[in-house]
Each structure stands twice: as C-alpha cells, then as structure tokens.
Design a protein around this ligand. Structure first.
Ligand code: NAD
Length: 428
C-alpha cells in the first residue's frame, strides 16, 4: 500500500534483476519476466445507499501464466496502488513456481475503504469488478482469491456474478469460498501452518530442537495466529508479538518473557488482529513500542504483518541470538536489510516460500471444486506439509550446494521454472 518512500514493484524488480544476472538470462526473457504480461484497469460504477452513483477504480494484473492459469487475491484498500499490485502479482508467479503448482501469478485491487461501505455497496463493487473482467478471468485463465479486506462473502458474490454472466456453474473460478460452498477445510490455518512447516525443516537442518527455541512475531492476524499455534505445538515459546492499534494509529509490541498465552491474548484481540493494550497490561504483558518485536533476544523472528518492515534501520537491531527468520508476510524485508541478514549469518526462509501454504491450499480448493469432491481437513493439511517440505528441501539444497542466500536460491528455482515454461511454449 502507499508509502511515499517505498515502491514494492521496484523492490520486486530489483530482486528479479539480481537473480536474472545469476542465471545469465537472455534479454527477451528478462524483459518478459520483469513486467506483467497483461494489466486491466477499469472503472466500477456503483449505486450507493444514498441513491447516487460512485465510480471506483479497479485493476487486475496478470504477471505470468506460462505454467498455468493466473492465481492471486483481490484487495480492497483506500491507498491501493497499481505498483503494489504489480509487485504482488510477480511474487505470486514465483510463489506458485517454488511450490511447483501448475499456476501463474496475478493480483487485483479496488481503491475503496470497506470500513465506510455498507454490505450492499461492497456487493455492488464485487459484482461490478467481475462484470468488467469476466472475459479475462476464469478457472482456466485467472483464478482470484480473498486478500486484504476481502473475505469469503466477497468471493461468493463474485462467483455468483460470473456464473450469472456465463450461464453455468464454475466453482473453480475463485478460491477462498466458504466451507460448504466449495471452500476447502484447512485454508484458514494453511498460511501460518505452512510457515512453521518450513521453519521446522530449517531447524532440523541447523540441528536445533524447536522445544529449545523462543520466537518473536510481528503481527497477530491470520498468518501469525496459526503460525504461533503450530510453533507452540512443536514446543516453541513465543515471547513477543506486535500489532497495529487502530485508535492510536501506531503499532505496539506485547511481551511476556515466560511466553505469551494464545488463549488470553485472543480473548482481547479484535477481528483485525489488534490487541487491547490496557487489557494486555492487566494480564501482565509489557507494552513496548511497535519495533520492539525485532530487538528481542530470541532464536527466531517471524515477520507476519506487512511489507517493508525489516529495513536497513530495523535489521541493525536484530540480536546475535537470532538464527532463523521465516517471512510470513509478503515483502517484509528490503534488499538493504537482506545484506545485513546475510552478514549476520541468519538463516532466512523467504516470503514466497515460507507463506506459500495459502496459495497451495487454494490450489487444493480449486482441485476439489473442479472434481466436486472434498477432502477431510487432515488430508488437506497432510498434503500441504508434503508440498511445503519438499519445496523447502529443494531450495535449501540448492542454497547449500551453490553457497547462495536462501532468497536467491528460491528465486533461482522459481525463475528457472517460469523461464523454461516460456521457452518451451516458444514465447522467447
Ligand atoms: P491480517 O489482516 O489478518 O493481520 C495483519 C496483522 O498485522 C494484524 O495483527 C495487524 O494488527 C498487524 N499489523 C498491521 N500493521 C502493523 C504494523 N505496522 N506493525 C505491527 N503489526 C501490524 O493479515 P494476514 O492475513 O495475517 O496477512 C499478514 C501478511 O501475510 C500480509 O503481508 C499478507 O499479504 C501475507 N500473506 C497472507 C496470506 C493469508 O493466507 N492470509 C497468505 C500469504 C501472505
């Protein structure tokens, strides 16, 4: 989202260029992959509750679909920018490729603030979005999903509009549908659990037992909560989390040195993942500044909030005790901070590998929807573990063999796979 000094797309391209050099990619392949294949930009007129028509801007960006239909969420946000959506669509391409699922990368957005819209108005935006793009998305073209400030209800309105336009049922159009309406069990847990499946493998590689580790987490939303749940089950102890305070318009960190307790914290957390600081104080938590999560004496850092958080400035504060960083959020680390993390010899599990559990489960949802046969939760999570573990092992093996930084190794695998698909199709 908008941040005057930060451009996510420039960052995504910088990361790509570095790996294009390592891979010695030819010029046409670089040109093809450093920009989206297609971009749709459109207006969505909606009749508001007061009877007046308001026009919203929407976009859908399809970065690459050489390996299969595009896949990626649709965000609703007042400060959404085309460049953020471009970056996210590119990261989706690498994410699907690194876990080796037959999908490409897309992303969409609408500039709007759901806080100030009635449900009927939000429905109007969802249906309007699909009317503008109905020929250019589809189970075999581009498959949307929920993202920032969109949920299963928004997906169902979009699906209903698409099916009305096309005159048949297409449950594989969209993922993130409610369970019972084509949604997959396990989707809610998938991203957070996926982060911990990869963390578990990293700890094995470093000969560290999870039950002897502590962690600090940025964020306390969907990804963070399920990551903490599974990490706790492995015996790990989280001593600090941080989140956004809507009232104060700033972030705070909440620390309990003998370990945070999920149940008590969840009881004082709102639906946006914000913890009530007065009640946290009463429960014995130290309430610290927002950045404090990164400067804790822990073994593991889990940035699970948003992009551009581990920067040149904050990375310097990381304590020598930190051995692993697993990126639950998309794009939390800047290229300058990457250099510091490498110098500190910290084992990094890059975002598009660590948080690929969500899209992998969305792919499972699409498969289940297409065959109209749904798996039990254990089956979904078991298949997820297999996919995440084998993706992690492929990346860490390449990193070890070629002495590459984990982010670069993950990029090498993904970009190679996508470049090869483009070549085999005869595009370059
Ligand atoms: P969420 O909205 O459920 O939670 C976000 C959390 O971050 C909240 O606790 C919020 O208070 C906190 N936060 C916001 N600004 C903050 C700040 N400045 N400092 C500290 N905390 C802050 O979102 P989520 O679904 O958990 O997603 C988190 C990240 O993971 C995002 O980058 C998202 O793109 C990425 N991601 C999510 C999924 C998924 O399936 N949910 C999949 C892949 C990647």
């Amino acid at each position: 989202m908008a941040n005057k000094n930060f451009n996510a797309f420039e960052m995504a391209q910088t990361q790509f260029d570095k790996v294009a050099e390592i891979l010695n990619l030819d010029t046409p392949t670089r040109e093809l992959l450093r920009n989206p294949l297609r971009e749709y930009n459109f207006s969505i007129p909606v009749r508001m509750d007061d009877g007046k028509v308001k026009v919203f801007r929407g976009f859908r960006i399809q970065h690459n679909d050489a390996r299969g239909p595009g896949k990626g969420g649709i965000r609703f946000h007042p400060q959404e920018t085309v460049d953020t959506v471009r970056a996210l669509s590119m990261w989706m391409t690498w994410k699907c490729a690194v876990v080796d699922i037959p999908l490409g990368g897309s992303k969409g957005g609408v500039i709007c603030d759901p806080h100030n819209l009635s449900m009927r108005e939000q429905e109007g935006i969802c249906r309007g979005f699909i009317r503008q793009i109905s020929k250019d998305v589809g189970p075999l073209r581009d498959v949307p999903a929920p993202d920032v400030m969109t949920n299963a209800q928004h997906m169902l309105w979009m699906l209903d509009e698409y099916e009305t336009i096309h005159g048949a049922k297409y449950p594989g159009l969209i993922t993130g549908k409610p369970v019972g309406m084509g949604g997959s069990l396990g989707r809610t847990e998938a991203t957070g659990y996926g982060v911990i499946f990869t963390l578990r493998e990293a700890l094995k590689e470093l000969n560290i037992r999870p039950e002897q580790t502590t962690a600090s987490v940025q964020g306390f939303g969907n990804v963070a909560q399920y990551a903490i749940e599974l990490y706790n089950q492995l015996g790990g102890k989280v001593i600090c989390i941080s989140c956004w305070d809507q009232e104060d318009q700033t972030s705070y960190s909440f620390r309990k040195k003998d370990g945070i307790k999920m149940r008590e914290l969840l009881a004082i957390t709102d639906r946006f993942g914000g913890v009530n600081k007065e009640k946290a104080k009463e429960l014995g938590y130290d309430v610290l500044p927002g950045d404090a999560w990164i400067e804790q004496d822990v073994d593991i850092l889990l940035p699970c909030a948003l992009e551009n958080q581990v920067t040149e400035e904050t990375a310097k504060k990381i304590k020598p005790s930190v051995k692993v960083i697993a990126e639950g959020a998309n794009g939390p680390t800047t290229p300058e901070a990457d250099k510091i993390i490498q110098e500190k010899n910290i084992f990094l599990i890059p975002d598009f590998l660590a948080n690929a559990g969500g899209v992998t489960c969305s792919y499972f949802e699409q498969v289940q929807s297409n065959m109209n046969y749904f798996w039990e939760k254990d089956e979904v999570l078991g298949k997820l573990d297999v996919k995440m573990t084998s993706a992690f092992l492929a990346v860490s093996e390449l990193a070890r063999k070629n002495k590459l930084y984990m982010r670069d190794a993950a990029y090498v695998i993904s970009i190679n796979r996508v470049a090869q698909a483009c070549r085999e199709r005869g595009w370059v």
